[in-house]
Design a protein around this ligand. Structure first.
Ligand SMILES: Nc1ncnc2c1ncn2[C@@H]1O[C@H](COP(=O)(O)OP(=O)(O)OP(=O)(O)O)[C@@H](O)[C@H]1O
Length: 570
């Protein structure tokens, strides 16, 4: 409930209106049986004018209840939808602040479920709370008082009913609460499996894994079904059990009233009111219990949202003025362990790179090349040691200055659905057509983009499915260079290009961005043979550095990679 506190404020009017409407609805419901008893009395006294008058009163009362119901629904919907949207937006805002490590802790799929399904649970319960929360105690207490007032001798019938209904509710609803908790976890699993399968649909199809994937999906889907059915069973027990208690006690009440009517004939009218109030009390308990059950499901959701909102961002930036960072990079005895891992992925790495240098990074797969590169734009902080970019320690750097200075082009190019121009503007918000053309020329993307009739306004479909791997890489390089970064990191980002295009990109980078410090992570030594210096990584360590000619002579690791690749090419 603490979660909701800051969000109520903007909806005070809606909440107040919906609560006033609930009170009117409850009073109208409570007043009706009293008027009904009076009508019965008037009929038995043969007072027709009285019957007409009370009949009109009943009509107005029902109309007031109806109108209040409409008002309540409108304002509860406004408040619950509004609050849910605000929660969803603050959760999204918080996730935007997350570091890589924060996102990895939850997993992307899990965060999506929290922002969608969990927020919907909260929204549903808010709506329910606003329409029944106040109604339940009013109906319960009012029904109790008026029932006792109708036939005081039968107070014990009401107490027995309340106790029995409470016992049944407590048993059933506590079981249901547990099942709802389980359902939430299962929805996470269903989403995760579906997302993984759909994202990897080409792999699934090409390896003929449809049947296997179907089986894996069915396991979680069936378990979700089973738990939902169990909840259905519990519900199916509830109503007959309540009916049994209610009707049983009514028979008991009528039995006792039978004797009393003999002595006091006017009691006939009172019994109508008494039975109606008995029903109202039972209704109040059922609705209250159901609300508690759904609320328990929403509490699980609230806790899951709160966990996101309370997550400590493990990578924060100091509030310092913008800095003019140059292209130098310095690692001072840096070691790095991925969160949750036991062993260090990078160990004791030290180097200094000056502005404008071109650095090639080579090494066996898994040797830590990408991990080292990720530390330069501060996607992670080193576990030990320190890193300076543009002469400033990354712990003291201004976030915006760092983003402007460093551009990171990943091997797996990710474009966002929209237009090519929108994607390029991620690299420079105010890029004009000339900037786009220039960057696309460097990345060898202009040749295919400018063939489209709508050129840079050409759409990018979801998951950039309308582009080939090589085209995506070229656009991703164009996005990386458009802002003329001081430091450009190409993480195996020309791997999907043919040899000629790769050469043209390298030449254009050399020519157009010769002041930019460039780190090129490459599988093939031939891609970085002309670099000013080549770093050789082996099992998380920087084992050698120098020019190609120097390394061939001095580094066993480098020579081995070089000779293996030369033999493969021959
Ligand atoms: N997010 C992560 N969480 C935990 N471990 C990771 C993560 N990313 C990479 N690793 C591990 O760190 C090690 C180094 O991976 P890295 O991607 O840096 O190697 P690489 O040299 O770039 O490899 P490749 O040439 O195959 O891209 C690997 O053992 C990998 O399993």
């Amino acid at each position: 409930m603490k979660l909701l506190k800051p969000y109520w404020k903007g909806y005070k009017l809606d909440v107040t209106m919906s609560l006033i409407a609930v009170i009117i609805m409850a009073v109208s419901a409570l007043w009706q049986p009293t008027l009904l008893s009076k009508i019965v009395q008037a009929i038995s006294d043969d007072k027709m004018s009285e019957v007409n008058r009370i009949g009109m009163e009943l009509l107005w009362l029902a109309l007031a209840g109806l109108l209040a119901g409409v008002v309540n629904t409108i304002f509860s919907a406004r408040a619950s939808q509004g609050i849910a949207a605000d929660i969803r937006e603050s959760t999204y805002r918080k996730i935007q602040e997350f570091s890589f490590a924060n996102v990895e802790k939850f997993s992307a799929g899990n965060l999506v479920v929290r922002m969608t399904n969990d927020v919907t649970q909260i929204q549903n319960v808010l709506m329910m709370m606003l329409s029944v929360l106040l109604r339940t105690p009013i109906l319960f207490v009012g029904g109790f008082i008026l029932a006792v007032h109708s036939i005081p001798e039968l107070w014990w019938v009401i107490v027995v009913m309340v106790v029995l209904v409470f016992i049944i509710s407590a048993g059933v609803f506590s079981q249901m609460g547990k099942k709802f908790g389980r359902i939430q976890g299962l929805i996470d699993s269903v989403n995760l499996k579906a997302k993984e399968n759909l994202q990897g649909v080409r792999v699934v199809k090409s390896f003929n894994q449809e049947a296997n994937e179907q089986k894996r999906f069915n396991v979680v889907s069936d378990e979700t079904k089973d738990v939902n059915i169990q909840i259905g069973y519990l519900f199916s027990l509830l109503i007959p059990a309540f009916m049994f208690v209610g009707q049983g006690l009514m028979v008991v009440a009528i039995y006792f009233v039978g004797d009393m009517v003999g002595a006091h004939p006017t009691m006939l009218a009172e019994i109508t009111g008494f039975i109606n109030y008995l029903m109202i009390i039972m209704q109040a308990i059922i609705i209250g219990g159901m609300m508690m059950t759904f609320a328990s499901r929403a509490f699980v959701s609230m806790a899951r949202i709160k966990e996101v909102l309370d997550t400590k961002i493990d990578l924060t930036y100091k509030d310092v003025p913008e800095q003019n960072l140059d292209g130098s990079v310095e690692f001072d005895d840096v070691s790095f362990t991925y969160p949750g891992d036991d062993e260090a992925t990078l160990q004791d790495i030290s180097f200094k790179v000056s502005s404008g240098e071109m650095i090639g990074i080579v090494g066996a797969t898994g040797s830590g090349k990408s991990t080292m590169a990720q530390l330069i734009p501060r996607l992670f902080d080193p576990t030990v040691g320190s890193i300076k970019v543009g002469g400033v320690d990354l712990k003291d750097v201004n976030n915006h200055s760092l983003r402007k200075a460093v551009s990171f082009v990943l091997q797996r190019a990710t474009l966002f659905s929209g237009k090519i121009s929108e994607n390029l503007r991620h690299g420079k918000a105010d890029a004009d057509l000339n900037d786009m053309k220039h960057a696309s020329n460097i990345a060898q993307a202009a040749e295919f983009v400018e063939r489209y009739a709508d050129q840079y306004e050409h759409p990018v479909e979801e998951r950039s499915a309308n582009f080939s791997g090589g085209q995506k890489q070229r656009l991703s390089i164009a996005r990386g260079v458009i802002g003329k970064p001081k430091i450009l990191i190409l993480d195996d980002s020309t791997s999907a290009l043919d040899a000629k295009s790769e050469k043209l990109v390298k030449e254009a980078l050399d020519h157009e961005l010769n002041d930019t410090t460039t780190f090129i992570i490459a599988e093939k030594i031939s891609s970085v043979v002309n670099a000013d210096r080549i770093f050789v990584m082996d099992e998380g360590k920087l084992v050698a550095q120098g020019t190609h000619a120097e390394l061939v002579k001095s580094s066993d690791v480098y020579r081995e990679i070089y000779e293996t690749q030369k033999a493969q090419e021959a």
